[in-house]
Design a protein around this ligand. Structure first.
Ligand code: AMP
Length: 411
């Protein structure tokens, strides 16, 4: 019997829980766990293809609500709510991985969940994810798992500074991370991340600082039959630990792109993913490709596939989850994407203002995506701009110009 091993726990796979009875065809109903923008873009793709979409979220005021046929609002820790939400769904996938493992299990008891909740369990925790990568021979950043101040001090001595301390669980978009420079007192970072707080995080990962020449990511879809389709690597630039710009083609040396794609596909195969996942990498000056992290879902860096590829990452997710043939990942045009953070809604004096969308859209090749989030907080992703162009350099120029025109500054 095929089982997914999660630490000492053995979990049944989708195929054991639910008889495989052919693809889920248009007209079927798909559930998406999480209410964010990845869910709304999934819903747009699925509804265009003739599916009903029901979002399962912990708040009614969420981007996915605008594009779903139905929204279930309740707690991700409430198995009864999740079991009720699953009624009538043909399959569920994720747009957000920071949910209790029990949430995935509660859904999986009622409906096929793709990828399997066991994948979520591994990838939602940096310590488990790195243990998985190491066990399967995928090279990741040198690191130590730390559970106390003294373990942190020891880890700093072993790995050296600079380094970055990250909470093992529930970290995203730079949340739960502190960079430690040479000479810093590591215990301040420990305190700032809540290491001493009652009910604070219990487990952290200290990572050596990687002096990378660039970051890239590979979005891969894997079908129930094991077929995989990888989008070409995306080149990513982060600001303050949050994705800022992505571009395609990445224009990395061909052997680096081939290696990143090979590793990403290998990871999805080892995890037994059915659906879409993204693997983020650091590329070093020596051409080494180190895994940074895995997202068991579509990814911010893949948003530009909507404009740039024959199939978008969201349509690909629909196809993979429904057991349909995967679409072509061919790049039809160079493209670049710039995130729009809440900062764009504030001027240099910190006063609220509306960005100048007309100015942004005056730039050739630019598309605007706004997620409909009500509150523009600094550092919060509220939308993105994509630009297509004859070359990737031109697409990057266009998208950064469009963002500067909209926001008045480069944010
Ligand atoms: P993460 O949430 O772990 O993907 O981190 C967000 C971003 O912070 C990464 O994409 C990098 O730009 C930066 N970062 C995180 N960890 C490291 C590291 N060990 N070395 C260098 N940069 C890092």
């Amino acid at each position: 019997m095929v089982r997914t091993l999660v630490g000492a726990v053995s979990m049944p796979r989708d195929s054991e829980r639910h008889a495989a009875d052919g693809p889920i065809l248009p007209g079927g109903t798909l559930g998406i766990l999480g209410g964010g923008q990845l869910g709304s873009m999934f819903a747009m793709a699925a509804r265009r293809m003739g599916y009903r979409v029901e979002a399962i979220a912990d708040s009614a005021d969420c981007p996915a609500a605008r594009f779903s046929d139905r929204l279930h609002v309740g707690g991700y820790e409430d198995p009864a709510f999740l079991a009720a939400a699953a009624l009538g769904l043909d399959a569920v996938t994720f747009e957000f991985e920071n949910v209790p493992a029990a949430a995935g299990e509660a859904l999986a008891a009622a409906v096929p969940v793709r990828p399997d909740p066991a994948v979520l369990f591994i990838t939602q925790d940096r310590a488990r994810e790195k243990a998985f990568l190491t066990r399967h021979g995928f090279e990741c950043v040198p690191h130590r798992v730390v559970r106390s101040r003294s373990e942190l001090v020891d880890a700093c001595a072993v790995l050296g500074l600079p380094a970055v301390l990250k909470t093992a669980a529930f970290g995203y978009d730079g949340k739960g991370q502190r960079r430690l420079k040479v000479g810093d007192d590591p215990t301040s970072a420990w305190r700032e991340l809540g290491g001493d707080a009652a009910g604070g995080p219990r487990e952290f990962v200290l990572e050596a600082w990687v002096d990378f020449i660039c970051e890239c990511s590979v979005v891969v879809a894997r079908g129930q039959d094991g077929t995989t389709a990888a989008f070409p690597p995306l080149r990513n630039a982060h600001a303050n630990h949050i994705l800022d710009l992505s571009s395609l083609p990445a224009e990395l040396p061909p052997e680096v792109e081939a290696e990143a794609s090979r590793i990403a596909i290998g990871i999805l195969e080892s995890l037994g993913v059915v659906g879409v996942a993204c693997v983020e990498f650091f590329v070093t000056a020596a051409g080494r490709v180190l895994v940074n992290e895995i997202a068991p879902r579509t990814h911010n860096s893949g948003h530009l596939t909507i404009e740039a590829c024959e199939t978008s990452q969201f349509e690909q997710q629909v196809r993979a989850v429904c057991g349909l043939p995967l679409g072509s990942t061919r790049v039809v045009t160079p493209a670049a994407m710039a995130n729009l953070l809440g900062d764009c809604w504030f001027d240099d004096m910190g006063n609220r203002r509306e960005p100048d969308w007309a100015a942004a859209l005056s730039v050739p090749g630019v598309s605007l995506h706004l997620y409909g989030k009500s509150e523009p907080r600094r550092g919060r992703k509220l939308g993105h701009l994509t630009a297509v162009g004859p070359t990737v350099a031109e697409a990057v120029t266009r998208v950064t110009l469009a963002r500067r025109l909209a926001c008045g500054h480069d944010a």
